[in-house]
Design a protein around this ligand. Structure first.
Ligand code: GLU
Ligand code: MG
Length: 454
């Protein structure tokens, strides 16, 4: 009590913090999770008890710098400045406080990683996105985005090779009526729990392949969209667990079945987000697409962040295999979407994107690539109006594996510069280590680790 008094005396509580404390009290919250996404794409965090919440909202929770050198197998990589010596603080953003219907008594806040003096840390992914948003705002624009995630719902069981695997919930056909029934209780609960956390649910359907679900949420300004995707990933898995099931957003949890994308829907607005500038300014959209395509091989190292991602990408799977764009072309990496209804917003869909990516790095890199297209007035080339796979050799392919994508990233001066020295050396070390670790093992090992982590 003495501690709390001294904190509140020296730092007058701002209204947002006061509201959080009141809600935590009224809703009986015992633990508040401060979450972040790491370089392996994994969502991690620490929780504070309600009695220490007031202080920790201000001071953050202490965390080792080394966690940003951890890969998705929980193997620590050697990265300069990210060793056993050194601390950062997990400092939550007050506007992101949500209580978790699927974990009663718990709440979540999305957090920045900050230096001990409170200044932004150069390996913080959320800061990377904030900086990209600020750079875009400097040019007069705001990016509005939504992840369109797919996932596989089922049960976890032990496999013949000693690794757990995902047994899908059903064998329903794509968009099939019976699929709505098999996943009905889960889908209702997921929609409810997302709405409760302030995500606006748009559409839901059972999709192609056993147990595959797709539930889309309303677009939001870039930082909020990335925060939303973290909450979404947590909720998909938390609700399943609560119902004694297992859900995985891994890009390819079942090697011989369709993959799970998290296509990124993007539109450019004025800085105040009053007007979608893609409506009525075709040049703007064209240059933005030009930027995405110019950086696409490198971008995939961040938007499709795992070894498993590249099992999903490929022709004839609607996940995109070619670095081309086209109107409503579902085999193109960039689909120009036809707006829905009279109030529909013109937007782009980046298909090489999945939920194993760190959403802050992914969206931040997309902003840098698009902005480069705007600044250099890049030409995206002719739209592709056919399935690109029917014209062998005519169009550039996407990277075939994580190492190839990382090679492209290392060769991309703009993105390497944007990431900065600490973040890029950590990201490359973590991702190269994953490519090596999975390269040395069989597919059951890969599927197990990805369905566990994502
Ligand atoms: N499952 C596909 C993918 O891996 C996408 C299918 C769709 O267009 O919704 O991206
Ligand atoms: Mg889909």
């Amino acid at each position: 009590m003495r501690d709390r008094q001294s904190v509140t005396e020296t730092h007058p509580i701002d209204p947002a913090v006061r509201r959080i404390l009141e809600r935590a009290e009224i809703e009986g919250i015992e633990l508040v999770r401060f979450l972040y996404a790491d370089h392996g794409g994994v969502i991690r965090g620490k929780a504070v008890s309600r009695s220490r919440l007031a202080e920790r909202l201000h001071s953050g929770i202490g965390h080792t710098v080394a966690m940003m050198a951890m890969n998705m197998l929980d193997q620590l990589q050697e990265v300069e400045h990210l060793g056993p010596v050194g601390e950062v603080r997990l400092v939550p953003a007050p506007s992101t406080f949500v209580t978790l219907p699927y974990s009663p008594g718990a709440a979540t806040m999305l957090s920045d990683l900050r230096r001990l003096d409170g200044s932004p840390w150069d390996a913080c992914p959320r800061t990377f996105l904030k900086d990209a948003v600020a750079e875009l705002a400097g040019e007069g624009y705001a990016l509005v985005a939504a992840f369109e995630p797919e996932f596989t719902l089922g049960h976890r069981e032990s496999g013949p090779d000693g690794f757990d695997r995902l047994r899908p919930l059903d064998d329903s056909l794509c968009f099939a009526g019976i699929g709505f029934d098999t996943a009905h209780d889960y889908a209702l609960r997921l929609a409810h729990d997302l709405e409760t956390q302030g995500l606006r649910v748009e559409h839901y359907h059972p999709e192609l392949g056993p147990g595959q679900q797709e539930l889309s949420v309303r677009h939001a300004p870039a930082l909020r969209a990335a925060d939303n995707h973290v909450l979404y990933r947590e909720t998909v898995r938390g609700v399943a667990l609560r119902m004694s099931m297992w859900a995985s957003l891994a890009p390819k949890p079942l090697a011989d079945q369709p993959g799970n994308g998290a296509h990124l829907h993007l539109s450019l607005w004025d800085r105040e987000q009053r007007r979608n500038l893609f409506a009525g300014e075709p040049d703007l959209m064209a240059h933005f697409v030009g930027g995405l395509l110019a950086h696409l091989p490198a971008l995939t190292a961040l938007t499709c962040g795992s070894v498993n991602s590249f099992r999903r990408l490929g022709p004839r799977m609607w996940s995109s295999g070619y670095a081309v764009h086209g109107p409503d072309n579902r085999e193109a990496a960039v689909r120009i979407c036809s707006p829905l209804g009279e109030s529909g917003e013109p937007n782009l869909e980046l298909k090489p994107s999945d939920s194993s990516a760190n959403p802050y790095l992914s969206l931040g890199a997309v902003i840098h690539a698009g902005l480069d297209g705007l600044r250099r007035r890049l030409d995206p080339g002719e739209p592709v109006l056919v399935d690109p796979d029917t014209r062998p050799g005519a169009y550039p392919r996407l990277p075939a594996g994580l190492d190839e994508a990382l090679d492209a990233l290392e060769a991309d001066e703009l993105l390497m510069e944007a990431l900065g020295p600490l973040r890029r050396s950590a990201y490359l070390a973590v991702k190269r280590s994953e490519a090596a670790a999975f390269g040395a093992q069989d597919v059951a090992f890969e599927l197990y680790h990805h369905m566990r982590a994502f």
